[in-house]
Design a binder for this molecule. Structure first.
Ligand SMILES: C[S@@+](CC[C@H](N)C(=O)[O-])C[C@H]1O[C@@H](n2cnc3c(N)ncnc32)[C@H](O)[C@@H]1O
Length: 315
C-alpha cells in the first residue's frame, strides 16, 4: 500500500482516471462486449456513477466482495479461495490482486486491476461487469466490512437502480487487520475492543477526534487503522495526545507493520513513546496500532488483555 500523500481511505491513490481506462474490459452496457474503455464509470477524471441497470441487456451475473485476509496465501479462507476460483472476472487494487496466488486466479477470464484509479470507479466497474452478465469478485485486504468496499458496492448497486438480490450479492469475510495484528502481538484484543481509522479522507478529523475521546475514555482496547501518512502526520500526533489524555503513558501499545507480508515488523512499546514512531518506517499506511486498556500488560514479549477470568477463578 502506498504512503503517498494522495492515499485515500483504502490506502489507494486518489483517482485520476475512469474505471475502464487503464485495463481491458469485457463489461458492456447495452450489450457491448468488446474491450472498449467506455465500460464502467465515465472516462472523466471524476469518480461518479455512470450507467444504470437499464443500460444492460444481459441476465446479471453474481457479485461477490471477497476479503483476502492480511496478505499471505495461508491467511485466506477456503471460502475466499473458492469464491475467487468461481469468479469469471476479478476486480481490485493492484496491490491486493498481487497478494492472490496465481493458481487461485488461473481460471478467471479477466483480472481488472487498477493501480491509479479510485475505489468508486473500480467498484462501479465490478458492478457493471456483473450487470453485464459476468460472475465478478471484487477483492480487498482483510475483511470487506472493515473500512472496505462491501458497503460501497451495495450503495452503487442501489444508485444504479439494480438490486442486491438480482446480483446474488454476497460478502465473503476475511481476517481483518486488527485480528491479524492482534495475533502477532499476543492477546491484546481479548476484552471489549473497537477500531478507529485516522484517515480523514471520508471522515472529518474533528469527528475522528471526538470518537477517539469517547472510546479512549470508555477503556476499550483500540485498534488504530490508517495511522500515518505524510499528509496525516498531524492526525497521528493528535491521536497520541488524545489517548494520553485518557490513559497512562505506560499503557502497552503494539505496532504491527505489514502483518503476514514480506516486510512484516512487530514492536511493543508504550503510549508515552508512541508519537516518536510516527516518523519511522514502522508506522505507515500498512500499519495497525493496538493500544491496550488499563488492564493490558506485557508478559514475555506478548501483550495480554485479561478477559476477567482472574476475578472469578484462582489460577
Ligand atoms: C482501508 S483499511 C482496510 C482494512 C481491511 N479491510 C481489513 O479488514 O483489515 C487499510 C488499513 O488496514 C490496516 N492494514 C491492512 N493490512 C495490514 C497488514 N497486513 N498489517 C497491518 N495493518 C494492515 C492498516 O491500518 C491500513 O492502513
Amino acid at each position: 500500500m502506498s504512503t503517498d500523500d494522495t492515499t485515500t481511505e483504502t490506502g489507494e491513490s486518489a483517482s485520476n482516471c475512469g474505471a475502464a481506462t487503464t485495463s481491458e474490459s469485457a463489461c458492456g452496457a447495452s450489450g457491448s462486449s468488446d474491450s472498449s474503455p467506455s465500460c464502467g464509470a465515465s472516462e472523466s477524471t471524476e469518480e461518479r456513477v455512470g450507467s444504470t441497470v437499464d443500460d444492460f441487456d444481459a441476465d446479471p451475473g453474481k457479485l461477490t466482495a471477497v476479503g483476502l485476509g492480511p496478505g499471505e496465501p495461508e491467511g485466506m479462507t477456503e471460502r475466499a479461495t473458492a469464491a475467487l476460483g468461481d469468479a469469471e472476472h476479478i476486480v481490485g487494487y493492484t496491490t491486493y490482486i498481487d497478494l492472490i496466488p496465481d493458481d487461485v486466479t488461473d481460471d478467471a477470464e479477466e483480472i481488472y486491476d487498477t493501480p491509479m484509479c479510485g475505489e468508486v470507479s473500480r467498484t462501479e466497474e465490478a458492478v457493471d461487469r456483473a450487470l453485464a452478465g459476468n460472475d465478478v469478485a471484487i477483492v480487498g485486504s482483510g475483511d470487506p466490512n472493515v473500512y472496505a468496499l462491501a458497503g460501497l458496492a451495495l450503495e452503487i448497486v442501489e444508485s444504479k437502480g439494480a438490486t442486491a438480490s438480482a446480483l446474488d450479492f454476497e460478502v465473503v469475510p476475511g481476517v481483518p487487520a486488527a485480528q491479524s495484528c492482534g495475533a502477532r502481538l499476543g492477546a491484546p484484543l481479548v476484552n471489549d475492543s473497537v477500531s478507529v481509522s485516522l484517515s480523514d479522507h471520508l471522515t472529518p478529523m474533528p469527528e475522528i477526534e471526538s470518537r477517539l475521546h469517547a472510546v479512549a475514555g470508555e477503556g476499550f482496547t483500540i485498534a488504530i487503522y490508517n495511522p500515518w501518512s505524510r499528509k496525516r502526520r498531524e492526525n497521528f500526533r493528535k491521536a497520541c495526545e488524545i489517548l494520553l489524555a485518557h490513559r497512562d503513558e505506560d499503557t502497552p501499545v503494539g505496532i504491527v507493520h505489514g502483518a503476514s507480508r514480506d516486510d512484516e515488523e512487530v514492536e511493543i512499546t508504550t503510549l508515552g513513546e508512541l508519537e516518536s514512531y510516527g516518523e519511522t518506517d514502522l508506522v505507515d499506511m500498512t500499519t495497525t496500532v493496538v493500544v491496550g486498556n488499563e488492564d493490558t500488560y506485557v508478559f514475555d514479549g506478548r501483550m495480554v488483555t485479561p478477559r476477567g477470568y482472574e476475578t472469578k477463578y484462582d489460577y
